[in-house]
Design a protein around this ligand. Sequence first.
Ligand SMILES: [Fe+2]
Ligand SMILES: [Fe+2]
Length: 187
Amino acid sequence: MESIENIQAQLKETLSEKRYLHSIGTMKMAKILAKKYNVDENIAMLTGLAHDMGKEIPLDKAMEYIKENKIVIDEIEKQNTALLHAKIGAYMSKKYGFTEEMQNAIKYHTTGNPEMDNLAKIIYVADKTEETRNYEQVEEIRKLAMENIDEAVIKILDHDIEKNIKKKVLIHPDGILLRNKLLLKFI
Ligand SMILES: [Fe+2]
Ligand SMILES: [Fe+2]
């Protein structure tokens, strides 16, 4: 598997400054959460670092990449194209030797998915709580992330769903399925 240093150097070349710092922040937060929830820290850091590697590809190039590599996308991803970078990034990360589990964590980081394991939840939460994130509930979610990862995931889903309603964009059902699954655990 590729080293953190090498991936970091590649991302510095290819991503904007803002996205690069977000990637570093996600890596650091993933490390903290991995330690807390007994997940391999190196695996979590690598996955956090690379999670947005597909994000800055222009839409026409992204669609080409999807076609070339026969990546299967659904109707909602076709409409809400901001979602596409998750599946693209997961596919791209194969070149670093990422395992299926790491690829899945990248694949699920935008919508959430009921199949998420601990690593995927860590990446999902790290992405939304890393040090450069700044929104109203971020402190509350950061705190929750260190207490109960599932509750942090639910809070982020709620926040995202509300945001998507306000923006009048399609909401991916995988996030709803995940939210239902996690909520049932707390009933
Ligand atoms: Fe992302
Ligand atoms: Fe991200």
